[in-house]
Design a protein. Structure first.
Length: 412
């Protein structure tokens, strides 16, 4: 009797074997494995850091917005329609009218004075010798409230008040930049500056302001004095700056025109602060899109690095591949082995990258005295993102390894 033929037992590769081979392949060349995973570390780390820092910065933007911008209103003098425009729509007591509204902390009117060509700003009358001049400064007519609303920090002296305004006193407050160009460093001898042939006694120098930074490069004179000397504004229209308590800006913006000119509220247009949520989302969105693009580029570079290194490893390990095939390993076993190695490199890169991203967020926040904000979903997805990057990067090298004929591989 003929003996029945015995069937050939197909080789098998368990999940445990796949993981063991992947770990052995990674540890066989540790330096190369580390360099291969660097791209994924940078990509995932950049992604985590960008998401966290964007959220952290957005919260800081929102906080600073609430401190200054959310309490600031501007009222523009539009003077009515064509044919009925008035030179100056703000009344003389505009500051007091706004101060009477509940929620207003300070308010003032200002406009730029248009000077003639021969009306420069200097420390002596025109034609005098040894006079310091400032060709960059502008002259601003301002009510006393504008300086309070700007949140000034004085280097020297004081600001003018309602007495100087109503009595048309020829006094001026100048910005620190203007003072430096004119060479005024002290107020003890009551220095004077000249706008053309008109002199003004400098009573204060601004070191800094919270609002209206143009004041630091200006010569600021009382509104009443400016109107007496040069008349109402020409060219540039007047504008009022109003500061409010937090939460009152929207209401004050709706009441300002009527409170200032109940007879002609159409002469004025109040501009309330923008919505802080829109500002935060807009800034955060712009930053996020830019940096996410950079993180994507890093991930692509990391994937290319893994693919290139894995492909080189396939070429170097042709003998090993041929031996495995000769001993019964099938093509899909070779594919699985190299895919597992590249996936393991990607997974390690994702874990290390997430850690680097978190450390970056905490370090930057500590340096800026911010409260760090982390994205739990992004942290949880980081290892999976690294794993996916490694798998995609290893597809072609793994397929290439499985296509090497065993006999040719053994001859190499």
């Amino acid at each position: 009797m003929s003996r029945p033929s015995q069937g050939i037992v197909k080789s098998r590769m368990s999940s445990r074997d796949v993981m063991a081979e992947a770990v052995a392949g990674v540890l066989q060349r540790p330096a190369r494995s580390v360099l291969t995973a660097v791209g994924t570390v940078l990509g995932v780390g950049s992604l985590i850091a960008i998401l966290g820092l964007t959220s952290t910065a957005a919260s800081q933007i929102d906080g600073r917005f609430n401190e200054l911008t959310a309490t600031e209103i501007t009222v523009d003098d539009i003077g009515g329609g064509p044919g009925s425009q008035v030179p100056l729509a703000f009344p003389d007591d505009a500051d007091a009218r706004m101060q009477a509204l509940n929620g207003v902390t300070a308010a003032g009117v200002s406009w730029r004075v248009r000077l003639e060509a021969d009306q420069g700003i200097s420390t002596a009358p025109p034609g005098a010798a040894y006079a310091s001049t400032d060709n960059q400064a502008q002259v601003l007519a301002a009510s006393p409230g504008i300086l309070r609303a700007a949140g000034p920090k004085l280097a020297l002296g004081r600001t003018f008040d309602a007495f100087h305004d109503t009595h048309h006193e020829q006094v001026a407050v100048i910005g620190s930049a203007t003072a430096a160009r004119l060479g005024i460093t002290s107020l003890h001898n009551q220095p004077a500056i000249f706008v053309g042939h008109t002199s003004f006694t400098v009573i204060g120098i601004l070191a800094d302001v919270q609002r209206r930074p143009d004041l630091l490069m200006s010569v600021i004179v009382p509104r009443g004095t400016a109107e007496q000397l040069w008349g109402p504004p020409t060219g540039d229209r007047a504008q009022m700056l109003i500061t409010t308590r937090l939460g009152a800006a929207a209401q004050i913006a709706g009441e300002a025109a009527t409170a200032l000119r109940p007879d002609h509220p159409e002469y004025l247009r109040a501009v309330p602060p923008p919505n802080p949520k829109d500002l935060r989302s807009g800034v955060g969105g712009d930053l996020g899109q830019l940096f996410l693009l950079l993180a994507g580029v890093c991930l692509v570079i990391g994937a290319v690095g893994i693919a290139n290194t894995t492909l080189v490893a396939v070429m170097e390990r042709s003998g090993e591949i041929g031996l495995r095939r000769a001993l019964g390993a099938r093509a899909r076993h070779i594919t699985t082995q190299f895919l597992a190695e590249s996936a393991l490199l990607g997974l390690l890169g994702g874990v290390v990258g997430a850690s680097v991203g978190v450390i970056t967020i905490v370090a930057v926040s500590a340096g800026k005295h911010w409260t760090p904000i982390l994205q739990p979903a992004a942290l949880a997805a980081a290892p999976a993102l690294g794993l996916a990057t490694g798998l995609l990067a290893g597809l072609y090298p793994a397929w290439r390894a499985s296509r090497i004929p065993p006999a040719e591989a053994l001859r190499r």
